[in-house]
Design a binder for this molecule. Sequence first.
Ligand code: NAD
Length: 416
Amino acid sequence: MFRVDLEHRNKKAHDGQRKRERDVDKIVIVGAGYAGMMAATRLQRGSRDFTMINRHEYHYLTTLLHEAAGGRGAPSHYSVPIRHILDKPGSKLVVDEVVKIDKEKRVVVCKSAEHEYDILIFALGWIPEYFGIDGLKEHSLVLRSLNSASHIRDHIEDQFRQYLDDNNEEHLRIVIGGAGLTGIELIGELVDWVPQLCVRYGIDRSLVDIQNIEAMPTILPQVPENLREVAMQTLTEKGAQLRTNTKIVRVEKDVVVVGDGEEVHAGTIVWTGGVRANPLLGEAGFTVDRRGRAKVNAYLQSVDDERVFIGGDSAWFEGEDGKPAPPTAQMATQMGKQIGENVLALGSGRAMKAFEPDNQGTLASLGREVGVGNVKGIPVKGVVAGLAKEATKVKYLWELGGIRLASEKTGQLVHR
Ligand code: NAD
């Protein structure tokens, strides 16, 4: 009797496990950014098959795009072929562009094909926020992808060459709109790169005008006030103009118009004034906030559909303080790991874990060697901040692809 009971219980448990596995049979990850890659590496380690859909066959380091735009290293230094990381037979990569999520039919619609899912991991990141400013989208560059970073670098160099043709100094004015972390890190790179360009093209450095235009009274609201002053001083001494309390209200071809009507003529205009989530979730009917981020529960599942996990800049996750988690790489990385673990837990009938964000601090590089910010609440500046930023890079690469990737990439990035 006892033996029959035990066999019956074992069979039930076995059937339950099979059913759970069927429920999470088709796992689709969209987006190979920080969140998507971290979720994928967790699933691969847990021997779960999945399909990753991404526009390119490489993953790139978004936090270092300013380096690529500022000519520090070749674009290949900032990217990793996805297949080098996701190298198991069950880890499938589809290079395609996602155009729609059909949440009723549970289908990801891409340009070339459709993919059904039991579980969707949505990690398509961000798009620029233009705030409806007239002409801004049409007439500015953005630091959004590896291609756009290369485009900014090539465009600036091309402007230097055009100056040699027509002596129009407007080619040598570079305007960066917005003094958040993206804008300030880009300015930091440019002030270190421009002197090299001047030598290469035989142009007097004093003719080049690198301007940052910020609407608020201060730059870098994320760092303490005294460190903002350090950043202002460092960048100003290196030859940048940082204009605060100056709002961009309109942009035309090669012209930025600010609040008081002043026209700033510039050969290069880059917009770093804000981001919003990829619009596909809002378009699919998920509950989104004013920045297009879709609301998730404690396990990072959509509040509208538990089969959809959302990570990174597209997720509207509220921490204990009631504030949404910021759209940063460290949050995306942490969310991706938790999503991977939770999907593995679902498949094996274990309990999922609630996401607990761990703020490690914020670091802004101010060019090739120095920076400002805080590490776990401790303020850092100068070379120490620059080194701390390098350390976060190595840590991420190590997590992504082990010691092999960390040493290969840091070798490329250090010997530049
Ligand atoms: P942001 O929203 O943080 O900063 C944009 C800045 O542009 C703001 O200071 C805003 O006042 C200004 N702005 C907006 N409209 C303007 C206008 N009309 N005229 C002039 N200025 C205007 O955007 P970001 O810097 O792209 O950062 C986006 C997210 O990515 C943030 O969460 C940031 O923390 C994160 N990030 C982190 C790092 C890092 O950790 N090193 C680097 C880059 C970005």
